[in-house]
Design a protein around this ligand. Structure first.
Ligand code: AMP
Ligand code: MG
Length: 465
């Protein structure tokens, strides 16, 4: 049987969508297609062409743009919604999990506010690579199923080639959906939407108390952000309309993964005050959850949910510690000692301006005796304590499976994008393979492992996508 694309969301929430006929790009070409993800969605080899057609912008029925609002840089904006994205529908996998398929860059919608409804190749490729890398690192994220390239020009700061990205997620419901219901006093819709999210993301909690349900959202959000902190990922635009309700990393824009660890650095060039800098991500996550709990006061008593917000920090810290224990091979011993050692390690990383991911590989090499220890008293002191914490035996195997050897780097992405814009996709295929742990030649791998030279460092990223 061919894959079936249902319209469950659009049928259940007619007041929260606007039907949208996709306007395909000129001369569309399926430049990247995520076959392992297609397999995971349960689409059989014989039906792959059906799925590919949908990704090219030719689904069997019209799609739907979703309405939402949000707080952008702390300010409420009522005029949001899918301005260029469209929910194609849902598909059910063999485990009966339902997945949203969403096409980004599908032409102007009812919520475009004069925008062109398009996405450029540069940002679509950056989203594809980030979501697949984060997924490989075990960080909750939306996925990328396909990237369609085109010769059609799209005007941004310069004229760029347009593209479309097919995004897959358990849900595309954002914090901003609930804020919309709250702002319009849509009680029935908000109740239904909450149930819908529970069924999709936490089916075991559909009959649980609201506080238990809200706890799942708080925990998922806290754990996602803890994972970002442990891997040096900066989202860059943590507006509430870019927060997935199920705690997936969502809406990749001017994101960065640190090369050199400079925690206070601001990469998003429109974020003048550094609201979304690396160090502020945990507190912004809580601020966003507060906006969500306020929106949910439409259907639940406020004081019923508020206590869970006090658990946020603990969820975040515990997850962060768990992750960092693995990154450092620090699997035993007291939590407070481990926390101290992790904090000191991050301090060393900052002091020496180490490359974020490579510093962990360096530590592995020092433990194995393959590399000399930095000639520095502070480092030696830390290393002695660290070895003592570990009974002289850090868990190298755990470190090796946790610490990526290839990182998501802006200068490599820039190289891949420049080639893709010329219609050359070999570098893209190779880098994607390196990022997602597929086997490659030694030369290729060593190329993608290179951190940037001083003249290749990216310090500022455009939000315009
Ligand atoms: P983003 O910065 O991608 O999170 O988008 C913020 C808001 O602007 C969302 O409501 C988007 O749908 C909308 N938007 C972004 N880019 C475009 C575009 N090129 N055309 C229409 N709407 C857009
Ligand atoms: Mg967005």
């Amino acid at each position: 049987m061919s894959p079936v694309l249902t319209q469950e969301y659009a049928k259940t929430f007619p007041n929260l969508v606007s039907a949208h006929n996709i306007v395909p790009l000129e001369g569309p070409r399926l430049a990247l297609f995520n076959q392992p993800l297609a397999n995971q969605l349960g689409v059989k080899a014989a039906d792959i062409n059906v799925l590919r057609e949908w990704c090219l912008g030719n689904p069997p029925t019209s799609g739907h743009a979703q309405k939402y609002v949000g707080h952008q840089f702390g300010v409420f904006n009522p005029d949001l919604g899918d301005g260029r994205g469209v929910l194609l529908g849902e598909i059910e996998d063999e485990q009966a999990q339902i997945w949203d398929l969403h096409l980004k860059g599908a032409g102007p919608t009812a919520y475009s506010r004069g925008g062109d409804g398009r996405a450029v190749l540069r940002s679509s490729l950056r989203e594809y690579f980030a979501s697949e890398t984060l997924n490989h690192w075990g960080i909750a994220t939306t996925r990328a199923l396909a990237l369609v390239s085109s010769q059609q020009g799209v005007q941004r700061e310069r004229l760029e080639p347009g593209a479309m990205l097919t995004r897959v997620a358990k849900t595309h419901v954002r914090f901003g959906h609930f804020e919309y219901c709250y702002s319009q006093r849509l009680v029935t819709e908000q109740k239904q939407l909450w149930q819908h999210v529970m069924q999709r993301c936490w089916p075991q909690l559909t009959d649980a108390e609201p506080i238990e349900q809200f706890r799942a959202v708080v925990k998922a959000t806290a754990e996602m952000i803890a994972d970002w902190q442990a891997f040096g990922f900066i989202h860059g635009v943590m507006n509430t309309d870019n927060m997935s309700i199920c705690g997936d990393t969502f809406d990749f824009g001017p994101y960065t993964v640190f090369d050199t660890f400079i925690p206070q650095q601001i990469f998003n060039h429109t974020d003048h005050r550094g609201r979304y800098s690396f160090l502020r991500q945990p507190s912004v996550g809580l601020w966003n959850l507060q906006r969500l709990s306020q929106a949910l006061s439409l259907i639940f008593p406020v004081d019923a949910l508020a206590p869970v917000l006090n658990e946020y920090e603990d969820f975040l810290q515990q997850r962060y510690l768990g992750r960092m224990r693995k990154r450092l091979g620090l699997m035993h011993g007291d939590d407070s000692v481990a926390f101290k050692r992790v904090g000191e390690w991050m301090g060393l990383m900052q002091r020496f301006e180490w490359d974020f991911q490579d510093s962990f590989i360096m530590l592995q090499d020092i433990i194995k005796g393959d590399r000399a220890m930095p000639d520095d008293d502070l480092f030696k002191e830390w290393y002695e304590c660290y070895m003592a914490d570990n009974d002289q035996q850090p868990q190298l195997g755990v470190m090796e499976t946790t610490n990526p050897r290839v990182s998501l780097r802006n200068h490599h992405l820039a190289q891949v994008i420049a080639q893709a814009e010329q219609g050359e996709w070999t570098a893209a295929q190779s880098y994607l393979a390196a990022l997602t742990g597929q086997s490659l030649s030694v030369d290729e791998l060593s190329h993608w492992q290179q951190p940037p030279n001083s003249n290749e460092q990216v310090t500022s990223l455009s939000c315009s996508s």
